[in-house]
Design a protein around this ligand. Structure first.
Ligand code: SF4
Length: 297
């Protein structure tokens, strides 16, 4: 089902259509065209789950497909910003670049951002645009911090005798790009099924909080990074996406709420507590919220 309501700054829910017709508050919370853009960007017209939906938790997608739900327009602004970046890139394309084409197979469908000579004049590169946080970029680039000894020892206090430590930044960590890799590899596979040769997959990631102190502390020193994505086996990809599609299909057929999203899918509960659009309908989020409300003993 579609997104049906906006959550207004006063906490009330307003039907999107009636909001666009007339705001119940003295002044709109943002420009009307911005609200219209948010409304149309969230209008889903697909008949089968998309690649990005299948990467998401099955419970979340099930709840979105079976309920009318509400979104906070302020929380969708970064996604809208991302779409604007797509639009800017899309408008300038010449003939050698395919852009925003939706391909499908028996499992799912996916719309890639661009394919062709996007980095030089020869290569068939599958490019994807992301607008993301310095935190996600730091993890995607394999940057992490670890404690190292300063060579000194505490001479007094609770830590007396223990070595003094300092944080050291390392650049050789695991690159946490699994979701991006799943998405791009599926687009690659769809392109190859349509007889296109894909030489490389590259993400162009724009950092939305670049130039803040936090981003600098995370060693994000540029507003934009190019991140290469490795190939994943087609057999594994098909198995994974077929498994996720079956789980969703079964739940929809039996009208049965799927098991709670995995810890990774729910960002180790952070998503449930502030970023999941259907948390109001999810029993797991309800339990988490009640736990948060309990006073510390
Ligand atoms: S609230 Fe958490 S567990 Fe529930 S659907 Fe959303 S992400 Fe999944």
């Amino acid at each position: 089902m579609p997104i049906a309501y906006f959550i207004c700054p006063d906490g009330k829910k307003a039907k999107i259509l009636s909001c666009l017709n007339k705001c119940h508050m003295r002044e709109r919370c943002m420009f009307l065209p911005t609200l219209r853009a948010i409304a149309s960007s969230s209008d889903r017209k697909l008949f089968k789950p998309s690649v990005t939906e299948l990467i998401t938790g099955t419970r979340e997608i099930y709840l979105k497909q079976t309920n009318e739900y509400a979104i906070d327009p302020f929380k969708t602004l970064f996604a809208l910003h991302g779409q604007a970046v797509h639009y800017m890139n899309y408008k300038k394309h010449g003939d050698t670049i395919l852009a925003e084409v939706r391909l499908e197979d028996s499992i799912t469908s996916g719309q890639f951002d661009m394919f062709g000579c996007v980095l030089n004049n020869e290569d068939s590169i599958l490019g994807d645009l992301k607008v993301t946080s310095s935190y996600k970029l730091m993890r995607a680039l394999g940057i992490y911090k670890k404690d190292v000894s300063t060579g000194e020892i505490y001479k007094s206090g609770l830590k007396k005798g223990q070595p003094k430590l300092k944080k050291q930044t390392c650049f050789n960590g695991v690159r946490h790009v699994m979701d991006w890799a799943l998405q791009l590899n599926y687009y690659r596979m769809l392109l190859e099924q349509n007889k296109y040769e894909v030489k490389e997959m590259v993400i162009q990631a724009l950092c939305r909080d670049f130039s803040t102190r936090t981003a600098a502390e995370r060693e994000i020193t540029r507003p934009l990074y190019l991140i290469k994505i490795n190939r994943i086996s087609d057999i594994w990809l098909k198995r994974y996406f077929q498994y996720k599609a079956n789980k969703l299909q079964q739940a929809l057929k039996n009208k049965q709420l799927p098991p709670v999203c995995t810890a990774k899918e729910r960002w180790y509960d952070r998503k449930c507590l502030g970023f999941c659009d259907v948390s109001a309908m999810c029993p797991y989020a309800d339990v988490l919220e009640k736990q948060q409300e309990q006073p510390a003993i």
